[in-house]
Design a binder for this molecule. Structure first.
Ligand code: NAP
Length: 302
């Protein structure tokens, strides 16, 4: 029999999004009040929706509730049409109208788009100064080059969670699972900018467990419940779960929380982790967009 002590079962620190989200909302509410004093109306956020589904409505209603809490004028803009060609044309028309509307400071388009409506429709039409979810090539390009633009809110929230875990990113090994243009890839650029060494994994990655086991920071944005388990993690790793999945009527992430919590140093729960922070950051981006548009108008008028 070995004299070695039994392994110590640790419990990771839970990184809850709500406290950070309410700090951000408080600051945004103060900025909105100043904006209303200066402009006589609140800044507007337009959420463009191509076809409503129950899960997406829950998400959108949370954003609208967040708008109401801080005094932003949130509105849903439904794109009509029964076929992809009509929806595409109506989506372009709606975005052009919103681009020209001075009361609308920011625009987001609910993803995923209906089958047959290409992402390119949004990318081509949305005004970069109102693109508060960082999808326009100008904002994506600024991020790629390491300059300041609008960051995709979910990737931004994941990065904020990592900062708030207390880990110093410089020199760490980070694994990002997922390479989508809205979450995985932007986050990989953000982490690289902060001097982490980043491995981006995807559905064709061989031996995912081996890559994850080497990582000090693991971000999972795959939409695959239970993809990462405690057995795959390096003890003490920071685990950020971006995934949102509905399993047996419950919302779960991509990480098997119970086993991961015993090995990780810090971990975000789902629900209650990245999601609330994403919503609060969107409101913050909206306020920054309103300020940038003011500056742009001042320059134009000068
Ligand atoms: P997406 O466009 O579907 O991309 C998923 C990515 O995961 C792809 O790169 C895919 O690889 C990869 N992947 C899928 N299965 C995998 C596997 N078994 N092993 C390794 N990689 C795998 O999704 P997304 O828009 O980035 O969203 C990702 C998740 O985040 C979803 O659950 C979504 O609901 C959630 N989400 C959360 C928030 C929030 O606020 N918390 C916001 C937006 C999205 P390939 O490229 O090879 O296909």
């Amino acid at each position: 029999m070995s004299d070695a002590p039994p392994p110590v079962m640790t419990q990771a620190r839970r990184l809850e999004g709500a406290p950070f989200a309410s700090e951000i909302r408080e600051r945004v509410a103060a900025d909105v009040a100043t904006y209303v004093r200066d402009h006589g109306h609140p800044p507007g956020l337009a959420i463009v929706v191509c076809g409503r589904s129950a899960p997406s409505m829950v998400y959108l209603e949370r954003i609208l509730k967040g708008c109401a809490q801080v005094g932003i004028e949130g509105s849903l803009v439904d794109v009509p049409g029964d076929d992809a060609a009509t929806q595409e044309a109506e989506l372009t028309a709606a975005l052009e109208r919103l681009n020209d509307d001075d009361r609308v400071a920011g625009i987001i388009v609910q993803m995923p788009l209906p089958a047959g409506v290409p992402l390119r429709t949004v990318v081509d039409a949305i005004e970069p100064l109102k693109d508060i979810d960082g999808i326009h090539p100008l904002n994506a390009g600024l991020l790629r080059l390491g300059f300041e633009g609008f960051l995709p809110a979910t990737a931004h929230a994941a990065l904020e969670m990592i900062h708030r875990s207390g880990v110093q990113l410089r020199g760490t090994d980070a694994v990002v699972i997922g390479r989508s243009p809205v979450v995985g890839m932007p986050l990989a650029f953000m982490l690289t900018k902060e001097d982490a060494t980043v491995t981006v994994c995807h559905s064709k990655t061989r031996d995912l467990a081996d890559k994850v086991r080497r990582a000090d920071v693991v971000v999972v944005a795959a939409g695959q419940p239970g993809l990462v388990t405690g057995a795959m993690l390096k003890p003490g790793a920071v685990v950020i779960d971006v995934g949102i999945n509905v399993v047996d009527g419950r919302i779960v992430g991509d990480v098997e929380f119970e086993s991961a919590e015993r090995v990780a140093g810090a971990i975000t729960p789902v629900p209650g982790g990245v999601g609330p922070l994403t919503n609060a950051l969107l409101l913050n981006h909206l306020m920054r967009a309103a300020e940038r548009q003011d500056h742009a108008r001042e320059h134009f008028e000068a």
